[in-house]
Write a protein that binds this ligand. Structure first.
Ligand SMILES: [Zn+2]
Length: 329
């Protein structure tokens, strides 16, 4: 990250929002594509829906829907996850923006503030089926207090995907606490700060909205843009924004909760095999080996999630999830 890069990037990119208001009051929905620049399924889905609105296939009859087809235009132009940094971490407005993503955040955060619901469309590197990440159950705690879980789960159930995952911020905070304990005295590094776990959906909930991240499939899966397109239309239908037929919610949801995160500590720490997200593991099954030969095994039956064999030492290496008994309403 250099100031030269930032200056050039600021001159070469603008930030596009398509906004449609109904003439009657109603819910305000925000749809984001390409928060990560190499995740284009949402961009394609948004383009199709905006084209349908443009040609009058349906209209926004109440409330409002806003589409940002490319939330991170620098990362998108480069075909990379991040521009100068990951837009989906430490998301907040800043009076003195330090990089390209800080400047995007100063546009994105007020837009999030002005909406009720966020559908953030992503894709992932490994194989596997699409899934949706939702927030916590209603609670009055300090980490992520929330009161709109019923609305959030209702929308999540209608997006058309089977797997519903929660537990991101509590597990992220657990990882931060362990990192702090390992490296006492280093308090300011970004991944030692629980705020670093705040992306679009956590920011949205902190501002009184509700939000979900739809992981539409593998980055290059031709079906992923279809998943995004279907989800956007079902969100418009469910919220009563447009006269689109609403499909019944799926009845076969798999509910998983992230329960732990393991950091890589040494460049020679390695997985025992090439894990894909949501590969099942049985209690006692080896997952990885530390550089000193210590085996890391699953403490209980569950799933390996977001394994990253390119993780830097000191950073998240893989997460573990378990079936959740959470009621989805
Ligand atoms: Zn992403």
């Amino acid at each position: 990250m250099t100031s030269e890069t930032s200056a050039a990037a600021q001159a070469h990119f603008h930030w596009r929002v398509h906004q449609f208001h109904g003439l009657r009051p109603g819910p305000r929905l925000l749809v984001l594509g390409a928060v990560h620049g190499n995740e284009t399924a949402g961009t394609r889905g948004v383009e199709r829906v905006v084209a349908e609105l443009d040609r009058g296939a349906y209209t926004i009859e109440r409330g409002c829907v806003s589409f940002v087809p490319v939330a991170n235009p620098l990362a998108y132009a480069r075909g990379q996850r991040a521009g100068e940094r990951n837009l989906n971490r430490n998301l907040r407005p800043s009076a003195v923006p330090q990089d390209f993503e800080d400047r995007v955040a100063n546009l994105l955060c007020p837009l999030l503030d002005a909406h009720d619901a966020l559908l953030d469309l992503h894709s992932f590197q490994g194989g596997g089926e699409a899934f949706v990440m939702i927030g916590p159950e209603d609670n009055t705690g300090t980490l992520e207090p929330f009161a709109r879980a019923a609305e959030e789960t209702r929308l999540a159930r209608h997006l058309g995907v089977r797997r519903i995952v929660d537990g991101w911020l509590p597990v992220y905070e657990t990882g931060v606490a362990r990192r702090r304990a390992r490296v006492p005295g280093i308090g300011n590094a970004l991944d030692l700060d629980p705020n670093y776990g705040v992306g679009t959906t956590e920011y949205m909930r902190s501002r009184g909205g509700y939000a979900m991240t739809l992981e539409c499939g593998q980055h290059l899966d031709p079906q992923a843009p279809e998943v995004a397109y279907h989800a956007i239309r079902q969100a418009l239908a469910l919220l009563g924004l447009a006269a689109i037929a609403l499909d019944p919610p799926r009845t076969d949801h798999e509910r998983l909760r992230l329960v732990d995160v393991v950091d890589r500590l040494h460049p020679e720490d390695r997985f025992v095999r090439a894990w894909a997200s949501f590969d099942p593991v049985a209690a006692g099954e080896p997952i990885a080996v530390r550089h000193d030969g210590r085996l890391l095994a699953a403490a209980a039956d569950g799933y390996v999630v977001f394994p990253n064999d390119k993780a830097e030492p000191g950073h998240e290496w893989y997460y573990l999830a378990q079936p959740s008994g959470r009621e989805l309403g």
